[in-house]
Design a protein around this ligand. Sequence first.
Ligand SMILES: [Zn+2]
Length: 324
Amino acid sequence: MKVRPRINRWTISRRNLIFDSSIKSSLVQPHFVVKGENIDQEIKTMPGISRQSVDVLIKTISSDMDLGIKSHMLFAVIDSHDKDANATIASMDDMHLQEAVRKLKDEFGDEIVILTDVCLCTATNHGHCGIIDHNHRIDNDLTIEELCKIAISHAKAGADYVSASDMMDGRIKSIRNALEENGYTSTGIMSYSVKYASSFYGPFRDAADSSPDFGDRNSHQMDFRSGYEEAIMESLEDQKEGADILMIKPAIAYLDVVRKVKDRVHRPVAIYNVSGEYSMLMNSFNEDSRGNAIVEILNSFRRAGADIIVSYHSREVFAKNLLG
Ligand SMILES: [Zn+2]
């Protein structure tokens, strides 16, 4: 398998995100992108986070960049009438997510790190992360073909990292090969290597409108009763297949797993401080007391071994200078 360690060193912003020892440098702010103009819809279950059309998103990210937040993760939210069984729209070059990436790269170049979510669930009309067969099961290998198309389309738009959040077996190897074959040798892959089927994703599914309309995600996301061995195996496998960053999700209830994985892998480890964890904190603290709680949680992520922290709290950390 082709390994390209230079991918994580490609720009100064990537190096700062991954190798700087400060917690601030390791933060990534997630965003939800919708089609249209002048749209800024607040997500009720996630105070302070909204769905934005590309024009509004550019302004939001410009202001984030001014605050010092250089790394941004983009999720597409797709109108229900644009969805189909195979998530066709997700890999179209003129889709709003790809447009956002192109515009952000035009504006900020190497100063920004853009990570794009690669999965089928926001674009399928059944809400599942893959192609469904006649037995209502996800076909692993057909799904990988679509994931590769989406990844290539994001790479073409200029994404720094394509973030495979689907949990299909063997997809990192296929995405790496597809990037190589298409000449995208500086595009990184962030793999959601250890992603548990968790109750803490609830508010995100409101935000991204990606709840499955039948069944659940237990056949591909990991069982939280599984031991460290499975988490380590998944991570080592993705590392071997060519992942540049290994993600563990969710965060707060899985810090023991983060430490175990971190001690076994050679690639940077990311952690996703998910929507349910965010909402829990936002609903339990007032604005004055919240800052200390955020700092305490972020320190626990770093202690557990996270090199990169994806968190909806990032903007508040910078805006209020919580980490000094
Ligand atoms: Zn998905």
